[in-house]
Design a protein around this ligand. Structure first.
Ligand SMILES: C[S@@+](CC[C@H](N)C(=O)[O-])C[C@H]1O[C@@H](n2cnc3c(N)ncnc32)[C@H](O)[C@@H]1O
Length: 231
């Protein structure tokens, strides 16, 4: 098991960090709207709290993007879904990716992301049952770094169909989360996610080309990066 807290966080601050972390994570009964509201209310301390519990989603997502796009990264057009405060775009940037848009439902989180100057277009909407106001075959890739697990576990199939629609055939959708989202013997509620992923594979819409497990995703738990090729 990896460290739950960053060594930088003094002992007397850990309880508070842990309590905000659990609030942001929610549980299986927390609604999608409540999760977004919690991120909005804690946007000012999001990076401190997630850094405090050793969050590596942005680093791992950008690392996978760099692996799947080994060259001409400045031309790869990416939509960063659940952009938060822009940490994933910053890491993508450090690998040479330059054309990145953001999709983020919390206006407060998105406002902080915009200040970093790492995004082009910014869509203040959620991924869910809604149709995205984005043209078909716009992007080369989608990155999703740490979209709230409770939301991802029960994401409607239409949400993935929308991502597939806006990514060009041959492009990649890179999804980083807790490892327990992905395997058949993983989280029980996440069976909805796994069913949707498989159904879209059976329909020939995308194909999972990699599942990379890694240590130390968040609060000591393992993470996974699932990479899908749009067909
Ligand atoms: C743990 S943060 C990750 C932010 C950023 N990607 C990062 O890695 O730092 C989770 C983000 O998911 C966003 N989110 C929650 N529900 C969402 C949904 N249905 N569609 C898109 N983003 C969502 C939250 O507003 C929050 O900004």
């Amino acid at each position: 098991m990896s460290e739950t807290f960053s060594a930088d966080i003094p002992l007397n601050e850990r309880k508070e960090i842990e309590s905000v972390y659990h609030c942001l994570i929610g549980d299986d009964l927390t609604s999608r709207e409540a999760i977004i509201e919690r991120f909005s209310q804690n946007s000012h301390q999001y990076e401190k709290v997630l850094g405090g519990v050793n969050y590596t989603g942005p680093v791992q997502t950008a690392r996978s993007a760099a692996e799947w796009y080994p060259s001409n990264r400045e031309d790869v057009y990416i939509l960063d879904v659940a952009a938060g405060t822009g940490q994933c775009a910053e890491k993508l940037n450090s690998h040479g990716f330059r054309k990145i848009d953001a999709l983020e439902p919390s206006a407060q989180m998105l406002e902080l992301a915009k200040r970093k100057g790492v995004y082009g277009r910014c869509f203040n909407v959620m991924l869910g049952d809604n149709t995205l106001d984005i043209r078909t075959d716009t992007y080369d890739a989608v990155t999703i770094s740490g979209l709230s697990l409770m939301v991802m576990k029960q994401m409607p199939r239409n949400a993935f169909e929308e991502l597939i629609r806006i990514v060009k055939p041959g492009g990649y959708i890179i999804n980083t989360s807790f490892y327990k989202l992905f395997p058949e013997d993983g989280d029980a509620v996440a069976a909805v996610y796994r069913r949707n992923v498989k159904a879209l594979e059976c329909e020939g819409k995308w194909k999972q080309v990699q599942l990379r497990r890694f240590k130390g995703y968040l609060f000591g738990d393992d993470g996974g990066v699932a990479v899908f090729k749009v067909l």
